[in-house]
Ligand binder design. Sequence first.
Ligand code: ATP
Length: 260
Amino acid sequence: MSSSLLTIRDLCAGYGRRRIIETLSVPAIEGGSVTALLGPNAAGKTTLLRALAGLLPMTGGLDLCGEDLTALSVAERASRVTYMPQSLPQRVALTVFEAVLAALRASPLAGMSPEGARNEAMRALERLGIADLALSSLDELSGGQRQLASLAQAIVRSPRVLLLDEPTSALDLNHQHKVMALVEEVARERGIVAIIVLHDIALACRWCKRVMVFSKGAVVADGTPEKAVTPEVLAAVYGVSARVERCSRGFLQVSVDGPA
Ligand SMILES: Nc1ncnc2c1ncn2[C@@H]1O[C@H](COP(=O)(O)OP(=O)(O)OP(=O)(O)O)[C@@H](O)[C@H]1O
């Protein structure tokens, strides 16, 4: 499967008259690997993901493999772009399996046979290691379990662009890495664009090929983890004094000494 390519040109977005993102253009985001979106609180990361997903009014160009996303209907855009919000899913009286099946029915795979849909939903739960929760009600899950169920819903939709807003915030260390490995695998298998908002810089450096550091509605560093995550960038963006070192397995580690 060929990889998707997302181009953002002169994107402006905000709330009412308040502009949060002003004429943002970034080099095309390639599918097949994961791109991290880092940055301090209130930098505009969620605003950007919501604008890309068509959940906020925006102006500017948004091109997915030659198709103008801004010209599509809400339903057409939603079939190509899936956004998983920061907030955990509501505690509703659906089982995990039913919730994932419902997400699949609202996706481009909606036409699949009932048996195919059930298999696909179950496979998503298995890949996230929560098949044993299939018959549990969403309202009896822990926070981390609900986050995993929400990820299963996002992945089963099979979008061309997957936007995940802090998908590991409620997860323990083991599940954080399992989820990142799965998102990386799904991006590679399907050639999709996967953009993931993270506050854990080490997690981003471990699993993401490209890191965009966002501050005050603009990208201030963009590239491989080595290029984008430097002591200078961390001082400028987060106001911390930090050391960036390589661990024995070759991944970047960040040690923060304190405020800069
Ligand atoms: N619904 C809203 N109405 C008005 N302003 C908003 C709304 N949502 C967010 N904002 C403002 O937009 C700015 C960017 O918020 P956003 O949620 O995009 O930041 P973020 O980088 O995702 O932050 P965090 O890391 O804290 O989640 C903030 O100043 C916030 O107050």
